[in-house]
Design a protein around this ligand. Structure first.
Ligand code: 5GP
Length: 205
């Protein structure tokens, strides 16, 4: 993939159990030039999660200071914890012409769509609700209570799909195909006339 002149903001949402973590990882293995925003959160790290790689794990006090200081592009509260996108990394990526992915939930995605109306918003969903339930149960990383929260939240999130530009269904064992579909979406979006005004200008100036 080639980078466009100014970077593109790609929002990927999907309920817990949609497999978005795996799909985004695969996508970035195939297209290493795609940036990924590392969010800040106040939730505790899960086993294997690395500070600065999966998230910046910070305290509530630190998070609130960042909001007050205007350092957070968008944020939400999910299961009683703050999650938010640090502004600087996104601004730097876009300014240098690098496309960047924000893997965030629906409320944050709505804030980003208002701030960046030309962002590309993609929702990843499992094929059906039962699949989502069994994927979440199979995860074993969540408490029963957190699992229930994520299941309820999943329905609310999927109901927001009309705010998105694209929906991609992640079938079982379908992560590779999903990554290819998302890559195709990104490629098509890069060819939008509105993103290539400079190409036209070359002919007339
Ligand atoms: P988890 O605790 O499973 O890592 O994430 C919970 C939810 O928060 C997921 O839907 C994830 O996409 C979302 N999330 C992660 N980072 C951010 C962020 O920076 N902003 C928003 N709005 N949501 C986020």
């Amino acid at each position: 993939m080639k980078e466009s002149q100014s970077g593109m903001l790609i929002v990927i949402s999907g309920p817990a159990g949609s497999g978005k973590g795996t799909v985004v990882k695969l996508l970035r293995e195939k297209y290493p030039e795609l940036g990924l925003s590392v969010s800040a959160t106040t939730r505790k790290p899960r086993a294997g999660e690395v500070d600065g790689e999966h998230y910046y794990f910070i305290t509530k006090n630190e998070f609130e200071k960042k909001i007050e200081g205007g350092e957070i592009l968008e944020h939400t509260v999910y299961h009683g914890e703050y999650y938010g996108t640090p502004k600087k990394a996104v601004a730097d990526a876009l300014a240098s012409g690098k496309d960047i992915i924000l893997e965030i939930e629906v409320q944050g995605a709505a804030q980003v769509s208002t701030l960046f109306p030309d962002c590309v918003a993609i929702m990843l969903v499992p094929p059906d609700f039962n699949t989502l339930v069994s994927r979440l149960e199979g995860r074993k990383s969540e408490s029963k209570e957190s699992e229930e929260y994520r299941l309820n939240r999943a329905k609310i999130e999927i109901a927001c799909v009309s705010n998105y530009d694209y929906i991609v269904v992640n079938e079982n064992d379908g992560a590779d195909k999903c990554a290819d579909k998302i890559a195709a979406i990104i490629e098509a979006e890069r060819s939008r006339v509105s993103r290539n005004i400079a190409v036209i200008d070359n002919f007339f100036n």
